[in-house]
Design a protein. Structure first.
Length: 187
């Protein structure tokens, strides 16, 4: 992720559940098409949730009925998120940085001692859970670029379609912009 070629290198850092699953990522055409469709659905779902939140924040004059329905939808999303988190399907959240080209995190914070370790050059699939209310993770074929002294792992995504890269760049850009705007707001 130190390269300046390829996708934009804006970084969104947050507490994210991430998991590296070693092994050669599937390359069969149907499997790749399914992965692309699933990743786009996850990114579009996150975008729709963010748009709804932004519209709600901007709509000061909204009706009482709309506000009541919005609260119910928010509660439902929160309940699903907590249910998914408790199901044990997600890894624990750690400070991770996501770009359209890859992801980095500290392996010491992610994996229990009996989990497979990441080694530079290892191929696999990266799972990144973007939102608490979205049950599915992005699943991205990848290669471990480096493992640092303190367990910092850098992974680059491999073989993403142009539409996956574009959608991921837009998502990271929006998250980065929100983080910058949040730091600029006076208390």
């Amino acid at each position: 992720m130190t390269s300046t070629e390829g996708p934009s290198l804006l970084v969104w850092e947050d507490l994210l559940p991430v998991r590296f699953m070693p092994g050669t990522p599937p390359s069969a055409e149907r499997v790749v098409a399914h992965r692309i469709a699933t990743n786009l659905r996850v990114l579009h779902t996150c975008e729709a949730l963010e748009e709804r939140r932004t519209q709600r924040d901007d709509d000061v004059v909204g009706s009482a009925e709309t506000a009541r329905l919005e609260k119910k939808i928010d509660l439902l999303i929160e309940m699903v998120g907590h249910w998914v988190a408790q199901s044990g399907a997600r890894p624990p959240a750690v400070v991770a940085g996501l770009t359209a080209a890859g992801v980095f995190w500290s392996a010491a914070d992610v994996h229990p001692p009996d989990a497979p370790s990441c080694a530079a050059g290892a191929m696999g699939t990266m799972e990144v859970y973007l939102r608490e209310g979205v049950a599915e993770a992005l699943r991205l074929p990848c290669r471990v670029v480096s493992v640092g002294d303190r367990g910092r792992v850098e992974v680059e995504f491999l073989g993403l379609s142009d539409v996956e890269i574009d959608a991921l760049e837009r998502f990271v850009f929006r998250q980065h912009r929100r983080a910058v705007a949040g730091r600029r707001k006076p208390l």
